[in-house]
Design a protein around this ligand. Structure first.
Ligand code: NAI
Length: 298
C-alpha cells in the first residue's frame, strides 16, 4: 500500500471540458487547487473557462461570492491545448466520452505525462473501474470518482474501487471530497454503480410510456415533479445530462448485465442521439431551449 496525500496544494488536471469536466474544474479551483483543463477539441477548454467565468459572475451578482474570490478562482484555472502540458499535476480527473477504449487510451497517456506519483480518477457513470485501469502500468493508482450534474451543486459523489485500486486511495479521496464540500459514498464496481443503476428504470419507463403513446413528454415530467416529488421528470433530466451521454450509460449497463432486457436502450433515445439532439447543450432534445420556458417537442 502506498500513502496518498491529496490536498489544496495538489495541482489538478481535468480532462474533458464538457458539462462535467467544466464543473469539476470549477469545483477544484473553488477548493483552492490550481487546475489545468484539457479537451481533445481545440478551443473547447477555453470555451469551458468562459462558461465558468459567467457562472462565477452570476454568483457574485447574487451575493454568494466576493468579487476577490471570483478573481482568485479564475486565476487558478488554466486551459491547455496539449496533454503534455498537464505534467506536474498530482491528480487527474477524467470526464471524457462514456466509452471504454478512449478512457483506457487516455489513462495510458496520462501515466506517461504525469509520472508514477499521480492519482488517476475516472468520472465514469457506468463503466467498470477495473476495466478502465486495464493495461496500465500502475492500475493501483486509478479509482472511480463519480460526480453528479451539475458538479458544482450536487452534493453526492460515489467512490468506486476497482479490483486493483490501492485501498489507501479510498480514505484519501473521501478526505478530498469533504474538502470540496461533497458527501462521498463508497459504491461497488457494478454496472451503473448505485445511483445510475437505480435511475435506469426511471428513464426507461418514461421512454416506454412515450413509445406506447400513453402520455406525452411534458405531462410525464410534470406529474413526476408535482405529484412524485422528483426534482425533475425523466425527460428534463435526460436533457440536462445529455441524451447521448445517458444513452451511453444505458448501453454500458445493458452490455455489462449480459443484455438484461430491463436495461435495453430505447429507439426514441437512439434516434434523438443520432440526430444530434443532445438536450440543453445542443439547444434541443426532448424539449427546445433558448426561450425562458422549454417547450415540449415530442
Ligand atoms: P460531454 O460530452 O459534455 O463532454 C465530454 C468532453 O470530452 C467533450 O468536450 C469532448 O470533446 C471531450 N473528449 C472526448 N474524448 C476526449 C479525449 N480522448 N481526450 C480529451 N477530451 C475528450 O460529456 P459530459 O456530460 O461532461 O460527460 C463526461 C463524462 O462524465 C462521461 O464519462 C459521463 O458518463 C460522465 N458523467 C456525466 C454526467 C452527466 O450528467 N452528463 C454525470 C456524471 C458523470
Amino acid at each position: 500500500m502506498d500513502s496518498f496525500s491529496l490536498d489544496a496544494t495538489t495541482r489538478v488536471a481535468v480532462i474533458g471540458a464538457g458539462s462535467m469536466g467544466a464543473g469539476i474544474a470549477q469545483l477544484a479551483a473553488q477548493a483552492g487547487h490550481t487546475v489545468r483543463l484539457f479537451d481533445v477539441h481545440p478551443g473547447a477548454a477555453a470555451r469551458a473557462l468562459e462558461r465558468i467565468a459567467r457562472d462565477l459572475d452570476g454568483a457574485v451578482q447574487r451575493g454568494r461570492m466576493a468579487a476577490g474570490e471570483r478573481d482568485a478562482v479564475r486565476a487558478r484555472l488554466v486551459a491547455v491545448e496539449r496533454l503534455e502540458a498537464l505534467e506536474g499535476c498530482g491528480l487527474a480527473v477524467e470526464a471524457i466520452v462514456e466509452k471504454l477504449e478512449p478512457k483506457q487510451a487516455l489513462f495510458r497517456q496520462l501515466e506517461e505525462v504525469l509520472g508514477e506519483h499521480a492519482v488517476l480518477a475516472t468520472n465514469t457513470s457506468s463503466i467498470s473501474v477495473t476495466a478502465v485501469a486495464q493495461g496500465l502500468k500502475r492500475p493501483q493508482r486509478l479509482i472511480g470518482w463519480h460526480f453528479f450534474n451539475p458538479a458544482t451543486r450536487m452534493k453526492l459523489v460515489e467512490i468506486i474501487r476497482g479490483v486493483e485500486t490501492d485501498p489507501a486511495l479510498v480514505p484519501a479521496l473521501h478526505a478530498l471530497s469533504k474538502a470540496w464540500g461533497k458527501t462521498a459514498v463508497d459504491a461497488p464496481n457494478a454496472p451503473g454503480f448505485i445511483v445510475n443503476r437505480v435511475a435506469r428504470p426511471y428513464y426507461a419507463e418514461g421512454l416506454r410510456l412515450l413509445a406506447e403513446r400513453i402520455a406525452p413528454v411534458a405531462a410525464i415530467d410534470r406529474l413526476l415533479r408535482e405529484a412524485g416529488g422528483f426534482a425533475m421528470g425523466p425527460f428534463e433530466l435526460m436533457d440536462l445530462i445529455g441524451v447521448e451521454v445517458n444513452l451511453s450509460v444505458t448501453e454500458s449497463v445493458f452490455q455489462a448485465t449480459a443484455f438484461d432486457a430491463r436495461f435495453a436502450p430505447s429507439l426514441i433515445q437512439q434516434e434523438l442521439a443520432r440526430s444530434g439532439r443532445f438536450g440543453r447543450k445542443s439547444g434541443q432534445g426532448f424539449y427546445r431551449y433558448g426561450a425562458d420556458v422549454p417547450a415540449p417537442r415530442v
